[in-house]
Write a protein that binds this ligand. Structure first.
Ligand code: ADP
Length: 151
């Protein structure tokens, strides 16, 4: 292959990488969860971002490590504060769909300066959470692109 052909192949491989191929399982908590329980859940599940869902299991909020830290240093009764009081909420959540390209998702992560996106499906009355896309997923995709490429 010529250099040009290889470059075209790399571009094509990159644009064929979809959210669905690299997404992780979503780790969700209910709006009524306490901040204390959310911190425990974050450690147990070994994630940096928790997705909050409402009673219908629709996307309702996001909790980052710093959201929880901020509350933890300012408050003593973490068991009494429900996560819905401190989360970033809809409609201010950035999310993606599983058929989108990883490049689109990566652009959103960088533009909004966030670590993760919920992967959603449109449902009647809300957005169903079907996955989680993080900077780690993008890094893995980047590596797979390099490993599958014949330099
Ligand atoms: P950290 O706060 O630990 O640095 P992030 O950079 O991911 O982690 O989060 C920064 C802020 O943006 C937090 O307040 C968080 O609630 C919010 N946030 C995180 N992910 C999203 C998202 N997908 N959409 C909207 N806001 C988000």
């Amino acid at each position: 292959y010529s250099g040009k052909k290889k470059e075209q192949q790399l571009t094509e491989n990159m644009m064929n990488m979809k959210v669905r191929d690299f997404q992780s399982i979503p780790v969700v908590v209910q709006e009524s969860f306490s901040v204390y329980d959310a911190i425990t859940q974050m450690f147990l599940e070994d994630v940096g971002t928790l997705i909050v869902v409402d009673d219908n299991s629709f996307l309702s909020g996001i909790l980052s490590r710093k959201d929880l830290l901020r509350t933890a240093i300012g408050t003593t009764e973490l068991e009494k504060i429900p996560v819905h009081m401190i989360m970033t909420r809809m409609p201010n959540i950035s999310y993606c769909h599983k058929n989108e390209t990883l490049v689109q998702a990566a652009k959103l992560l960088i533009e909004r300066q966030i670590d993760a996106l919920p992967v959603v499906e449109d449902a009647d009355g809300g957005l169903s959470v079907v996955g989680r896309l993080t900077k780690t997923n993008i890094t893995k995709a980047f590596l797979s692109l390099a490993e599958n490429h014949d330099f």
